[in-house]
Write a protein that binds this ligand. Sequence first.
Ligand code: FAD
Length: 278
Amino acid sequence: MKLDSKIPEGPLAEKWTNYKSNQDLVNPANKRKIDIIVVGTGLAGASAAASLGELGFNVKIFCIQDSPRRAHSIAAQGGINATKNYPNDGDSTYRLFYDTVKGGDYRAREANVYRLAEVSSNIIDQCVAQGVPFARDYGGLLDNRSFGGALVSRTFYARGQTGQQLLLGAYGALSKEIHKGSVELFTRREMMDLVVIDGKARGIITRNLINGELEKHFGHAVVIATGGYGNAFFLSTMAMTSNGSAAWQVYKKGAFFGNPNFTQIHPTCIPVPGAPQT
Ligand SMILES: Cc1cc2nc3c(=O)[nH]c(=O)nc-3n(C[C@H](O)[C@H](O)[C@H](O)COP(=O)(O)OP(=O)(O)OC[C@H]3O[C@@H](n4cnc5c(N)ncnc54)[C@H](O)[C@@H]3O)c2cc1C
């Protein structure tokens, strides 16, 4: 078994920027011929599908619920970090990178965390453009607060319902692509299995939860964006769909499963029922 996370070469701060500048591009005329399956309509899946659709790919997106708006992302509260440094309290890309790696108990992939810190400000701009009503100060500028023990104020928030507002923004972008015809939405579908051909994920089997029928869908690529699995734990208030079913299916087909000992379950504070859940 070989672990290869395919992190690009080069100095940390340049890895993904260099990769983006040199990666193979798809001819715009050919994008329509490429089918991409996205499983999950939360913040991850909805935004990925909307962006892929906007780029010109042919996307199919699936969720268990009756609407993408019911993904568990709706429950997120606190906010989203970005290095805009509006309060001028010394924030920087490196500082957000450092705090995130430390907050992740030094287990995160550093190159990916650096990229996250680098694009964080663009993500806020994108969300604002999508209509996400982040909190503003009395002067009308976007407000920031300190969150999660950070020494700087870099959290953009929408009262205690940031996830809900972000999900509505992502859903709006997704709906635009559905209306355009670049994304096809399948609600009330549960992924039952991953189809692997020559070592590559090429499709999924779903169950139609309305009539019980099994369906098959082909894709040149499959994106698994099925969220957390807090319901695997005895005590959790997470949505019933946060059950790890898709993660287990892809694991059985050869995907790696990382750091199960570093899982955030909601609510964050719960009584200790025994040694495995401490
Ligand atoms: C109470 C709470 C507070 C939080 N606060 C913050 C915060 O302040 N800041 C922050 O950054 N993060 C916060 N988070 C975490 C953050 O909200 C989540 O990590 C993120 O929203 C997960 O998004 P997702 O798209 O990966 O998953 P989800 O939103 O859970 O979406 C999963 C999707 O996958 C679908 N799915 C699952 N299994 C299958 C299957 N077998 N077949 C088909 N579809 C399937 C579901 O239907 C759903 O559409 C919080 C989370 C919670 C619960």
